[in-house]
Design a protein around this ligand. Structure first.
Ligand SMILES: [Fe+2]
Ligand SMILES: [Fe+2]
Length: 183
C-alpha cells in the first residue's frame, strides 16, 4: 500500500469514532447517565490513534515534505491550514477532558461543555479528513517529485511494520465502541 492509501484507510477508522462521539453526546442530551469509562476510551483513541498515530505521521512524513518542496502554496496550505486544524483538535479534546472532570465533580452545567467540545471536534475532523482526501493528498501526489513520494512510501512501510501492535490495540477499541454505540 502507498502512504496515501494507508492514510486514507486510517481516515476510515477515525470516521466511525466521530459517530460514536456524536451518539454518546446525544445520550447526554437525552438525560442518560454519562459513561465516563467510555469517554475515557474515546479520548484515548482520539489521542493515541487519530493524533499520535495518524496526525503525527502526516506531520513528520508528509506535511514536512510539502512545506519543504512545494513553495509558498505548500507552506501556507500546511502551516496555516492543516497544522492549525491538528492543534485545534487537540484543544477541543483537552477541553472535553476538562469538562468531563467538572461534570464528574458535580457541575451539571459542564454537560454543555462536554457536548460543545465533542461536537466541535467531530465537525472539525470531518471537514479536515474531507480536505485531505480530496485536496491535500492529491496536491502532494501531483506536485511532489517521484523520489520524494518514494521515500515517503518507504517510511510508511517501516512505520506500519513497527507499529502493528498499536494499530491492532486501537482497532479493537474502535470495534468495541462501534458495537456498543452504532450497531
Ligand atoms: Fe491531518
Ligand atoms: Fe488525516
Amino acid at each position: 500500500m502507498t502512504a496515501v492509501e494507508v492514510m486514507m484507510g486510517e481516515h476510515r477508522n477515525i470516521e466511525p469514532m466521530l459517530e460514536v462521539v456524536r451518539r454518546a453526546c446525544f445520550q447526554i442530551l437525552e438525560g442518560k447517565d454519562v459513561n465516563y469509562d467510555d469517554f475515557a476510551l474515546i479520548i484515548e483513541y482520539i489521542r493515541e490513534y487519530a493524533d499520535a498515530y495518524h496526525h503525527r505521521k502526516e506531520e513528520v512524513m508528509l506535511f514536512n515534505r510539502m512545506v519543504e518542496h512545494l513553495g509558498v502554496l505548500g507552506e501556507k496550505t500546511i502551516k496555516y491550514g492543516m497544522l492549525v486544524e491538528h492543534d485545534l483538535g487537540r484543544m477541543y479534546i483537552n477541553n472535553l477532558e476538562e469538562a468531563l472532570k467538572n461534570l464528574k465533580a458535580g457541575n451539571e452545567e459542564a454537560k454543555l461543555d462536554v457536548i460543545a467540545n465533542a461536537i466541535s471536534y467531530t465537525d472539525l475532523l470531518k471537514r479536515h479528513i474531507n480536505k485531505e482526501d480530496n485536496v491535500i493528498y492529491k496536491f502532494a501526489l501531483r506536485e511532489l517529485d517521484e523520489s520524494v513520494i518514494n521515500t515517503i512510501n518507504e517510511e510508511f512501510v517501516v512505520y506500519e511494520e513497527e507499529n502493528k501492535a498499536t494499530r491492532e490495540k486501537y482497532l479493537k477499541i474502535l470495534k468495541q465502541l462501534e458495537d456498543k454505540y452504532i450497531k
